[in-house]
Design a binder for this molecule. Structure first.
Ligand code: FAD
Ligand code: FES
Length: 267
């Protein structure tokens, strides 16, 4: 059930590289939200008439939600300045999140930059549910500063494999370098796996292409500029295949943000 909750900031922490972690008292959203869903935040210092900003949930427990975000423009820069005790309206949980992997399959999570956020929440929930398969995170970024919260994944028992464009951490190159090595291991061993991805568009397409080529389920969290966040304005369309083989315009905010790789049509 979606609500518009007045949330209090419990903590706000700059973590370097232009990224921040925000912990919000949000009892109603925290109880309902599932991995891959998002919240729509009214940034306190912006005017009432300004659009809300969408963010994935990094974790939810004990009546609180955590958001990991990068300062990229006016809204996120102002959000990085909030302090404990500040209050803001947050709508959520919104959209459709990730399904659980099938029993017996490994979960291969692929993230670029802040794309780790919904994948951390997915890992935490899978561990709570006693998911027996392996969970492996493939995290990529421009530099080491874009590899985020790996200690939180490690604390959950998630294996982390990394890549950076400049080679400052992990393999040098795209995140598909360690991913392709792991996919080859899976091919040889015959172990079933599912792919879960969140990050920049090029990376999402690369993961979706691999899921399709290997006949494995792929779950892709699409990133679109959003306005209403609730399906009313069509600002956030994503091209998908319709059942008759044509192309349809799905709304990322209500039909996604997570889509099946097989549903997506790439420009
Ligand atoms: C479902 C969903 C989940 C998201 N989760 C997170 C998250 O967990 N952490 C996080 O840091 N960000 C996340 N984002 C992106 C975040 O919403 C945008 O970065 C934010 O709205 C930018 O607002 P702004 O006012 O700071 O920037 P603006 O001033 O609006 O724009 C500044 C720059 O950012 C670009 N931008 C704006 N919106 C987006 C967007 N949706 N995606 C990519 N670039 C954008 C603009 O083109 C421009 O170049 C998510 C977006 C969606 C749709
Ligand atoms: S943001 Fe309005 S329909 Fe998706």
């Amino acid at each position: 059930m979606k609500c518009d909750e007045l949330c209090t900031v419990a903590s706000a922490t700059a973590i370097g590289g232009g990224y921040s972690m925000l912990l919000l008292d949000a009892p109603a959203i925290s109880k309902e939200v599932a991995p891959g869903q998002f919240v729509h935040v009214r940034v306190p210092a912006l005017a009432e008439s300004d659009l809300r900003r969408p963010f994935s949930v990094f974790d939810a427990r004990g009546g609180r939600i955590e958001i990991l975000f990068k300062s990229v423009g006016r809204g996120s820069e102002l959000l990085a300045k909030v302090r404990p005790g500040d209050r803001m309206r947050v709508a959520g949980p919104l959209g459709r999140g990730f399904p659980d992997p099938a029993p017996g399959a490994d979960a291969l999570l692929v993230a670029g930059g802040y794309g780790v956020a919904p994948l951390h929440f997915l890992s935490a929930r899978l561990k709570e549910k006693g998911f027996a398969g392996r969970i492996v995170l493939f995290a990529g970024g421009r530099t080491a500063a874009d590899l985020l919260q790996l200690d939180r994944f490690a604390a959950l028992g998630v294996e982390c494999r990394t890549a950076t464009d400049d080679g400052s951490a992990g393999a040098k190159g795209l995140v598909t370098v360690p991913l392709d090595a792991a996919l080859e291991e899976c091919r040889r061993s015959g172990r079933p796996f599912e792919l879960f991805a969140c990050g920049p568009g090029g990376m999402l397409k690369a993961v979706a292409d691999r899921a399709m080529a290997l006949g494995a389920p792929g779950w892709i969290s699409m990133d679109r500029h959003m306005a209403c966040g609730v399906g009313a304005c069509f600002a956030c369309t994503v091209k998908t295949r319709d059942p008759k083989g044509g192309v349809a315009n799905a709304r990322c905010c209500v039909n996604g943000p997570v889509f099946k790789a097989a549903e997506l049509v790439w420009d």
